[in-house]
Design a protein around this ligand. Structure first.
Ligand SMILES: Nc1ncnc2c1ncn2[C@@H]1O[C@H](COP(=O)(O)OP(=O)(O)O)[C@@H](O)[C@H]1O
Ligand SMILES: C=C(OP(=O)(O)O)C(=O)O
Ligand SMILES: [K+]
Ligand SMILES: [Mg+2]
Length: 575
């Protein structure tokens, strides 16, 4: 018996609506989905058809990005050993939905340390071009790549640019320097050939000595150390330490006048400096998966970078992540996020530019806008800051991590905790266990937050994908299925499903390793690499037998499957 289900699909072909616009009105009934029980197995199939005439509209909804099909063994499925073990031991429900990023530094750059992080759940390794040489970063990238190839991980690489804000120099090789209350330090734009004189700090911004005024407050790292400008002598600025603390190499500097952040000519510095462009060339050459841009001010710079990457690397699919860490980025938030492939709530510098008590509400807003616009969002900085020195986090830090998980951010990031802390693996374990616990609690409480997801499709075909994913996620929750399977070449359908934050995990099957790595940043997705065809029946049978053979699913598990080749929703029990 065939059942029919009429769905109303927008015919709007207007440009991508901004989230401030109401979602497009669903107008005339121009499409019909047939809901049919397949005779030979317990499977239901909903197919988009053209107003009941029966033809499947797959021709209009082809995958837009012609990624080459990977050449590796077409009969195998690629998944990492940690995911495999987790699925075998604990089943679908227990898999972690929140993704974890570790900044790699001296504490974690060795091959065995990187492997320990991968085992501990690192989904993305971040390298910060503020520190270290390109040679150093290249070695880290190669080690991660080797780990992926040899052990089956899909750890993605994120390169983070330095950006051209004002920061201190290198401290002449020391790892830190202590500034005591009442000491006078010299901040200078001079280049020192030999060792730095005592109590002297180099500043990278040439206009510094001219822009500051006597009486200004100078904040290191958003207030970790504080100085008052007492005298200017040519290129040297004498400052009195008013809040003592530890100065770290290349720490960020901001100056304040009458309680406001001073943005003189430094506001005109380019977002992407000439050094950043060289780092970006390096990142493209090394094939990093994400480039995160520091101190983004407008959407223009993101668009510029994207066209640069396209011109430089024709078939590259490097994603551009906008770091929201300045007043300007908050002003232009929606257009920046719309132009980017994702965003980072970079609370370190953000908290140095806006009052600290404003950071939590901005975080919540950025996470929400990203989710609505279907862009992955990372919550970063100081999540477990005390674990740089101590093996246990503070209760307040655990509460902060919990809040980011509860907001359903795609990913959480470690900075100093993993780059140069004493307990990188322990810090990652804390992120992992807190994520799992909060996710479980949230599911048990059945707290589906009522976030309105606006239509974001820019074409009719995209609208169909979106409706299918929204419906599949809703069905998955209502029917309490064990997993959603999505067959996606570009990854787009997988991210649309992730946006719905369904109760069950999403198995994302994709044909290329680079898409698999990229999907590793997104909430709830378990990315697999698998060769598949346009024949969904075949794909499903192949997947079931491969996953069953490895003990990752079992007969009777209830699965919803969607694909971007054939716009369909199938509900079935694993045979
Ligand atoms: N590649 C590296 N080489 C040396 N030290 C690093 C490296 N990456 C990060 N670090 C250290 O870890 C700290 C925290 O990293 P991160 O938050 O990324 O940088 P920042 O403190 O500059 O914002 C840095 O201040 C630096 O001391
Ligand atoms: C993530 C951040 O950027 P970076 O660590 O590069 O300063 C931040 O400022 O929070
Ligand atoms: K950076
Ligand atoms: Mg920053």
């Amino acid at each position: 018996m065939a059942q029919s289900l009429n769905l109303f699909i927008s015919t709007s072909h207007s440009p991508k609506p901004l989230i401030s616009h109401p979602s497009p009105r669903f107008c005339s009934s121009i499409s019909k989905f047939s809901f049919a029980k397949s005779p030979n197995k317990s499977s239901f199939c909903i197919r988009a058809s053209d107003n009941g005439a029966g033809g499947v509209v797959s021709s209009t909804v082809q995958d837009h990005s012609p990624y080459p099909v990977a050449v590796s063994d077409s009969s195998s499925i690629e998944v990492d050993s940690v995911t495999e073990a987790e699925l075998k031991e604990n089943g679908f429900r227990s898999t972690r939905r929140t993704k974890l990023i570790c900044t790699i530094g001296p504490a974690t750059c060795a091959a065995e340390q990187l492997e320990a992080l991968a085992v501990g759940g690192m989904n993305v390794a971040r390298i910060n071009m503020c520190h270290g040489t390109r040679e150093w970063h290249r070695e880290v990238i190669q080690r991660v790549r080797r780990l992926n190839e040899e052990k089956g991980y899909a750890v993605a690489i994120m390169m983070d640019t330095e950006g051209s804000e004002i920061h201190m120099g290198d401290l002449g090789g020391s790892s830190s320097a202590k500034a005591e209350d009442g000491e006078v330090w010299t901040f200078s734009v001079r280049a020192f050939d030999s060792a730095l004189p005592e109590h002297t700090i180099n500043v990278n911004y040439e206009g510094f000595a001219e822009d500051v005024k006597v009486g200004d407050e100078l904040l290191v790292d958003g207030g970790m150390v504080r100085f008052e400008v007492i005298e200017k002598i040519g290129p040297d600025v004498k400052c009195l330490c008013t809040d003592p603390g530890l100065l770290l190499p290349r720490a960020n500097l901001t100056f304040w006048r009458d309680g406001s952040l001073v943005r003189e000519r430094n506001a005109m510095l380019p977002t992407i400096s000439s050094k950043d462009w060289l780092d970006i060339d390096f990142g493209i050459a090394e094939g990093v998966d994400f480039i995160a841009i520091s101190f983004v001010k407008s959407a223009e710079v993101i668009k510029h970078l994207r066209s640069y990457i396209k011109a430089r690397a024709r078939d590259s699919d490097i994603s551009v992540i906008a770091k929201i860490e300045s007043i300007d980025s908050l002003k232009n938030l929606e257009e920046i996020i719309l132009a980017s492939d994702g965003a980072m709530v970079a609370r370190g510098d953000l908290g140095a530019q806006i009052p600290l008590e404003q950071v939590p509400s901005e975080q919540q807003k950025i996470v929400q806008v990203c989710r609505q616009l279907n862009k992955p969002v990372i919550v970063a900085s100081q999540l477990l800051e005390s674990m740089i020195e101590y093996p246990t986090p503070t209760r307040a830090e655990v509460a902060d991590v919990s809040e980011a998980v509860r907001q359903r951010a795609d990913a959480l990031m470690l900075s100093g905790e993993s780059a140069m802390g004493q307990f990188p693996e322990k810090a990652l374990t804390v992120l992992r266990s807190v994520s799992l616990r909060i996710e479980k609690w949230w599911r048990e409480e059945k707290r589906h937050e009522a976030m309105e997801l606006p239509g974001i499709a820019s074409s009719y075909a995209d609208s169909i994908s979106e409706e299918i994913c929204n419906s599949a996620a809703k069905m998955a929750n209502n029917l309490k299925v064990d997993a959603i399977f999505v067959y996606t070449k570009s990854g787009h359908m997988a991210s649309l499903l992730s946006r719905c934050r369904p109760d069950c995990p999403i198995f994302a099957f994709t044909t290329t390793t680079s898409v698999r790595r990229r999907l590793n940043l997104q909430w709830g997705l378990i990315p697999f690499r698998l060769s598949f065809s346009d024949d969904m029946e075949n794909n499903l049978n192949k997947t079931f037998s491969l996953l069953k053979a490895r003990g990752m699913i079992k007969s009777g598990d209830l699965v919803i499957s969607v694909s971007d080749m054939l716009q369909s929703i199938q509900v079935m029990n694993v045979p």
